[in-house]
Design a protein around this ligand. Structure first.
Ligand code: 5GP
Length: 190
């Protein structure tokens, strides 16, 4: 998506090798107009599939999930929780995920009431790196007897193995910007 690539060039910041900070427009401050455009593009990419629900992991994917739901006609949205929130019931699906940015494992959980058997679920997230977050959430969707309709990602780092991991499991992956490398602290696309 051209508008997104241009914005990444202007406002994205490479912090550590291979980590892009996009907190001024994607995952801290939220550019609502850009999110609307991104959600419309995701709805277009998945216009051949009936999506019953959008799922993500807190917190980075929640804004995207909400906008995508609206673009798909306000289908239900659920986000997996990362910690043992007191308000979370014990009746959950769970998966262990290795965090690429934090370098440690964490458990994600979804209350069993919020994914129904037979649903076709679109998984969305801000970044795709090694694919561990996506794989964990896909496992939860399948534990619930639902199907993964596909993945929709804002920024894919295509030099990392996330896409090939998810595709090797038979999942469809769509992304709005693909960064193939960082050179002199600038992202190179495609
Ligand atoms: P994966 O599980 O695919 O390795 O990593 C996906 C998760 O790690 C995303 O949900 C995102 O929160 C985080 N992440 C991975 N790479 C980056 C990055 O370059 N920048 C930011 N801001 N987050 C990232």
């Amino acid at each position: 998506m051209d508008a997104l690539e241009e914005r990444i060039m202007v406002d994205g910041v490479v912090v550590m090798p291979n980590i892009l900070r996009v907190d001024s427009f994607i995952n801290h401050q939220i550019d609502v107009a850009l999110y609307e455009q991104m959600a419309a593009e995701i709805a277009r990419l998945y216009s051949d599939v009936k999506i019953d629900r959008v799922a993500t992991i807190e917190a980075g994917g929640i804004a995207l999930a909400t906008f995508v739901s609206q673009a798909l006609g306000r289908v239900p949205v659920v986000y997996a929780k990362k910690d043992n929130s007191a308000i979370l019931s014990d009746d959950v699906y769970s998966a262990t995920v290795h965090s690429f940015t934090k370098g440690k494992d964490y458990v994600v959980k979804v209350d069993r009431r919020f994914i129904n058997p037979g649903e076709n679920v679109l998984i969305v997230d801000d970044f795709l790196a090694n694919g561990q977050a996506g794989l964990g959430l896909a496992g939860i969707v399948e534990q619930a007897g639902a199907r993964v309709g596909g993945f929709a990602i804002i920024i894919e780092k295509s030099f990392q193995p996330g896409r090939s991991l998810l595709e090797s499991q038979g999942y469809r992956v769509e992304s709005l910007a693909r960064i193939s490398s960082f050179e002199k602290d600038q992202p190179i696309f495609h």
